[in-house]
Ligand binder design. Structure first.
Ligand SMILES: Cc1cc2nc3c(=O)[nH]c(=O)nc-3n(C[C@H](O)[C@H](O)[C@H](O)COP(=O)(O)OP(=O)(O)OC[C@H]3O[C@@H](n4cnc5c(N)ncnc54)[C@H](O)[C@@H]3O)c2cc1C
Length: 271
């Protein structure tokens, strides 16, 4: 745990660092896991704080990504302040709140994601047609598999929405299954897209004028102008990491969905 928070009257005083904070440069608040009880073991003693971003004591340093954009950041806290009441779920109960949040993050990105993937798929099919690759039997098979996977994502998305509507509380389990499926499938799709572009994939396909700097749009930077498919290819590498790595999703599915025996724990040696 790299951040600590201590009470000073009606405020938490925060010191430390948090990494990989997506769009911190635009945020008004960040949720932060900070150690509030240094004596407590492991996952106990951590609190989930909603910290106002626009204040002295918080420095946001962008991290440049492989496509040239800098969507996420390191955030440094030096005597940053947060109102005492901005603890979510009770002091020292942050781990549980964080796990619930992650369950929703995985779940929500899976419910409607198929719409974005279908739009992208049509773009890829257009490229295949334009380059005469739509008659290549292997490319056709890979396109068909991609389309089938998007249909599976759509059905899984409806499953998650049905769960939410019925209040059956399977969000975390469904989210873990869906996240694993779409992120791995999308990586294969973007590899297919690059194969269809062929040698062109190795040339920067965007133009300096088309570079977008709006939040959520990844198009490199003016001196490294990737196009939409190239940007999506680069970003897909991270999709099996963010929101919990694919291997961790497998553990969640194995242990919490299928009820398999838990992974053996390795105890850290005490210094
Ligand atoms: C694009 C992007 C955006 C992000 N945005 C945010 C954000 O806005 N806010 C935020 O808080 N974080 C963000 N993150 C961080 C992200 O949540 C973590 O990187 C992710 O949860 C993985 O954790 P980790 O980096 O600690 O890797 P680890 O969990 O330490 O994993 C490292 C490697 O070890 C493997 N591994 C670990 N444990 C096991 C195990 N038990 N069994 C098998 N393999 C294992 C993993 O699969 C992985 O390959 C972002 C990350 C990326 C890439």
């Amino acid at each position: 745990m790299k951040t600590r928070a201590e009470l000073d009257g009606d405020e938490w005083v925060i010191n430390g660092q948090k990494v990989w904070t997506t769009q911190a440069q635009f945020a008004d608040y960040v949720f932060l896991l900070a150690r509030t009880d240094p004596e407590a073991p492991k996952h106990a003693g951590i609190s989930y704080l909603l910290v106002p971003m626009k204040q002295e004591g918080i420095e946001v340093r962008p991290i440049q990504q492989v496509d040239g954009s800098a969507d996420f950041n390191e955030v440094f806290f030096t005597n940053a302040r947060c109102p005492k009441e901005n603890v979510v779920g009770g002091v020292n109960n942050g781990w549980k709140v964080a796990m619930t949040t992650l369950g929703f993050e995985r779940g929500s990105s899976a419910t409607t994601g198929h719409r974005r993937f279908l739009k992208e798929f049509n773009h890829i099919v257009g490229e295949a047609k334009a380059r005469g690759k739509d008659t290549d039997p292997i490319i056709r098979q890979r396109l068909a598999r991609t389309w089938s996977n998007i249909k599976i994502m759509e059905i899984n998305g409806y499953r998650s929405l049905t769960d939410a509507l019925n209040g059956t509380h399977q969000t975390a389990a469904l989210g873990a299954c869906n996240k694993m499926f779409w992120s791995e499938s999308h990586q294969r799709t973007m590899e297919l897209a690059m194969d269809i572009l062929g040698m062109d994939a190795q040339i920067l396909q965007g133009s300096a004028e088309s570079v977008e700097v709006l939040p959520g749009l990844r198009r490199g930077r003016s001196d490294y102008p990737v196009d939409e498919l190239q940007a999506a290819f680069f970003f897909s590498r991270s999709e099996t990491i963010w929101g919990g790595a694919a291997e961790i999703q497998r553990n969640i599915v194995g242990e919490r969905v299928l009820g398999l025996p838990k992974e053996p724990k390795v105890e850290a040696k005490q210094a």
